[in-house]
Design a protein around this ligand. Sequence first.
Ligand code: URA
Length: 205
Amino acid sequence: DNLPVQPLSHTPEDLAAKIRTCTACPLHCAATQAVVGEGAIDARIMVVGEQPGDQEDLAGRPFIGPAGQVLQEALEKAGVDRSTLYLTNAVKHFRFRLQGRRRIHQSPDEAHVAACRPWLEQEIALVRPKLIVSLGATALKALDGPGSVMAERRGTLWTVGEGENAVQRLALAHPSWLLRLGDSAQGEIERQRFGEGLVRLRDFC
Ligand code: URA
């Protein structure tokens, strides 16, 4: 297809600089900045979200807003230290619509995910994680293809690739979804399920 070919990056700094100047899709026009992944560059676990939210867009860091707080609390409960992870997103720019002065999150389209995928691939190539955890359907599809279905994958570990290149995969719910479910009975069940999924990360830390 006619996606732009991104030149290979050989250092995290080089990759971050390229991501920050990316214009491969229109999302860079309205967003404040691209949000590059952060964390240990030799992390054994990479966590992939959907896209930066309002606060992440302003701060330039992933998972520091409300969804990040839900993730942080669940990680602590599961006994996983955030600093041991590499955290990133399938799409590096915030997509939103304006409602008055408020910026309302809009999920990225497949085209945005496809335009950003070379960056995700390069992050994976640099970090070489043993486990990649996708949070939500967008990250799952970005990693495993648009035909991947959350209901079939959620909570299970599976292997992608072979030999030295084998990577374990785990698909979990997105913390923003848990936030939206709130204190409902379903929210309680899904938070528990999310926590049980995160406990599996301990085997890779
Ligand atoms: N939601 C995401 O998927 N990623 C972030 O960085 C913040 C919120």
